[in-house]
Ligand binder design. Structure first.
Ligand code: TYC
Length: 113
């Protein structure tokens, strides 16, 4: 069998050709979209209840939870965390269910980053 070196002048899809570069760019993997979980202020939910929610469902310590609760109280809303779609959806459902069961009007939503 006779071997022949690959020449730049060869008009095919050999290594380094335009075709092979385009193929590589097309197959780059994308990072999954992330979602912000937002807590909204209202006039009725007790501050201690919001702090409890932040500790229980978002793994925050008491000081962090109190700080975020105060930000929501003063500014109207705050981002509590950023998660994958499934995790964000679960957190929102947990907060909404827990608040409703305790008859508080606390609202929690998610938004694509
Ligand atoms: N504004 C509420 C109050 O004065 C406290 C509160 C904070 C409610 C954060 C909701 O997401 C919230 N009792």
């Amino acid at each position: 069998m006779t071997l022949r070196p690959f020449l730049m002048s060869d008009k095919d899809d050999g290594p380094g050709s335009e075709a092979s570069i385009l193929t590589k760019a097309k197959t780059r993997t994308q990072r999954p979209p992330m979602y912000k979980v937002l807590l909204l202020n209202d006039d009725y939910t007790p501050m201690e209840f919001v702090v409890h929610i932040l500790e229980r469902f978002f793994g925050l310590n008491h000081a962090q939870a109190f700080e975020i609760m105060l930000t929501v109280h003063k500014k109207g809303l705050a981002v509590v965390g950023v998660f994958s779609f499934e995790v964000a959806e679960t957190k929102v459902a947990q907060v909404m269910d827990f608040s409703r069961r305790h008859q508080h009007p606390l609202q929690c939503t998610m938004e694509k980053e």
